[in-house]
Design a protein around this ligand. Structure first.
Ligand code: MN
Length: 263
């Protein structure tokens, strides 16, 4: 049996540790932070395991559970049909795998988000990133590092809600439109609970990242962790949602391959 040189190099790199696998996923359980919509909107259920057997009468040799969960819980993918603008688009089972694996482009605005939790990324931030690192690669996943994963252990800190709504960083309406209509990205990954900023109901259009990206066959992934361990360019990201027929999204395992050899 022969292995192609490209895959042999990858396998060799994994064996020596030169290629590191970074897990970008939030662990999934009943306390994983989830979206809380304002009245009169209705929230999804949180994740829950229901035990069916545990090496006992209903299954003496095995333990297994039913899972109960919303689609948009924990680290998860938003498919086009999640949004009214993408309703004639793909469900999560129809997204080609080639769109779920690609180069990572990591833009770090954690300093800005620490200063201002309502920070919005503008197209000029992306232009400045491109001036340093080159143009966004074809089919890339743009990963927005805000430092928000540090709050992922605590629902209140993570949503950062007061009487004026939720205060978490995101992307401006203009930047979202230009990313959706005039960039080669496959999708956007964020560390926050949703791909839009916490207060994006009040932007024009409301929830502009959902509006523009999902309406233009771009995808979203939320609640990422460990983006600090990725270089700005050069990593490869793998997004693996469950192929739920008719699903508007799915919890997903998201990993990245990173070359740790010093250049
Ligand atoms: Mn979602």
């Amino acid at each position: 049996m022969t292995t192609s040189p490209i895959l042999a190099q990858l396998i060799g790199g994994l064996a020596t540790g030169d290629v590191e696998i970074v897990d970008l996923t939030t662990r999934l359980g009943p306390h994983t932070p989830t979206l809380r919509l304002p009245e009169p909107f209705v929230d999804l259920i949180d994740f829950r395991l229901e035990q069916v057997s545990s090496y006992d009468a209903p299954g003496p040799y095995w333990r297994h559970h039913n899972i109960h969960t919303g689609e948009h819980v924990g680290t998860h993918l938003d498919a086009p049909i999640h949004w009214v603008t993408g309703q004639s688009g793909l469900d999560v089972s129809q997204i080609p795998p080639s769109r779920l694996v690609g180069p990572a482009a990591v833009i770090d605005v954690s300093a800005e988000a620490a200063e201002d939790p309502d920070f919005l990324l503008e197209i000029d931030h992306i232009r400045a990133w491109e001036a340093e690192h080159g143009p966004l690669p074809n089919g890339c996943w743009l990963l927005l590092r805000t430092g928000w994963d540090q709050y992922g252990h605590d629902q209140e800190l993570f949503l950062n809600t007061d009487e004026n709504g939720s205060h978490t960083p995101g992307i401006s309406a203009d930047c979202a439109r230009r990313l959706a209509e005039d960039s080669p990205i496959s999708g956007l990954g964020v560390e926050t609970v949703g791909i839009d900023a916490g207060n994006a109901l009040h932007l024009d259009p409301p929830f502009p990242v959902h509006h523009h990206l999902l309406g233009n066959d771009r995808y979203g992934v939320t609640s990422l962790r460990n983006l600090a361990h990725l270089p700005p360019t050069g990593a490869v990201v793998v997004v693996s949602p469950l192929p739920i027929i008719g699903g508007t999204g799915s919890p997903a395992r998201v990993i990245a391959f990173v070359d740790r050899r010093t250049p």
